[in-house]
Design a protein around this ligand. Sequence first.
Ligand code: FAD
Length: 413
Amino acid sequence: MIDQTRSSYDVVVIGGGPAGTALATFLQRQGHTCLVLEGSTFPRYHIGESLIPHTYGTLDRLGLLPLLRESHFPVKHSVRFVSPSGQEADPFYFSETIEGERSRTWQVERSEFDQICLDNAIRSGVEVRMETRVREVLFEGEQAVGVVAHRGDDPDTEIRGKVIVDSSGRATVIGKQLGLREEIPNLRKASIWSYYRGGQRLAGIDAGETTVFTIADRGWFWYIPLPNDVVSVGIVASPEYLFDQTSHFEEVFLREVDRCGPLAQRLQNAERVDGVRGIRRLAYLNRQVAGDGWLMIGDAAGFLDPIYSSGLFLALASAELAAGCVHAALEKDDVSAGELGAFTGALWNGVDVVWRLIKAYYDPAFSFRDFAARFPEHRPALIDCLIGDVVGKDMSAFLEALAEMTPPPARLK
Ligand SMILES: Cc1cc2nc3c(=O)[nH]c(=O)nc-3n(C[C@H](O)[C@H](O)[C@H](O)COP(=O)(O)OP(=O)(O)OC[C@H]3O[C@@H](n4cnc5c(N)ncnc54)[C@H](O)[C@@H]3O)c2cc1C
């Protein structure tokens, strides 16, 4: 029986999305008491449906693979980029660089996937309080020591933790409280999306692919097959381009679907089955992601761009790496910034590779087709990026080749 009035834990986790539940699962299994505070009721809607293969290891260590294998989520073997004229580049099949089951992954409905992750945490002994929002993190001097949370109209309660983990996603609880969250000025993108039933599916192993339709202004649409014959369709482009005539999400979205011939063709017999949602500023980063007694993982630390579907991979990878540091810090009884943030170096090197490729995609001088033709020897490294195999890996030769086609941006960190 869980004591819902308990007020002190080893680790207090803000947010029960994939990052927060993964970290809590790993730490609870290592014998640390973990509390996850989740503001919403599950299952809840979330955008971000396409996994990339390098999530495999973390999903395996979490014990989630059997559930995913028996799920109804479409299996994804590849990603394909389609030019504005409808010219289709060959798909990048993940099996070109990895073998066996690791070379495929899933297109997930997030309400279900996040519930699976949360249930797995609970099964591992993590205490979860739903509909419980964290209002603020408590500090004594520089040291985070707990949170103030409330459930519905109930009075605020103070909950103490030796380590406070911010995995609140785009809410960025600590980032906002400490004024650490910043926009990325040279990556100004907005996104608008919806769902259709009956969109065209490709045959065979391409049926579950993510298709990226490039449009004018270096914007693009994603086309992600989901269960029950539904496809997720969304556009990413500069706000200047999208909102030049109106800022109304639905009007802009329908206009752009109409304008993108190859996409409109796939949707010609489809019916829209949901409203239109959007985000006006996608990218942001926190100047600092760990401090004494606290750290940030997943989207709470930052978000760049969905072009390579790296969000869930980075959420899970940062959770697992951070869990290792929190475990070591608790064992040593030293929860200083240096100990808790020790995972960030390797992770940021990997994020920087993704950042370089994001900036390349938005540079009109760059195209995947030209890159693959000019540097065939770097095609495997390009696929490694699309898979997420970028953390703790030397990608310098690939980045040098990339720099010959598109100037490298300043490092993020
Ligand atoms: C347009 C778009 C498209 C995307 N497409 C993809 C994709 O195809 N593939 C991919 O991998 N990623 C994609 N992403 C990114 C992906 O959605 C995120 O990276 C991922 O959800 C991050 O997981 P997380 O656990 O860090 O945060 P979240 O999943 O956002 O979880 C955070 C949780 O914290 C809770 N919370 C927030 N505030 C509080 C509070 N104060 N107290 C308590 N709880 C709180 C929320 O309710 C939520 O459940 C996309 C993102 C966008 C914006």
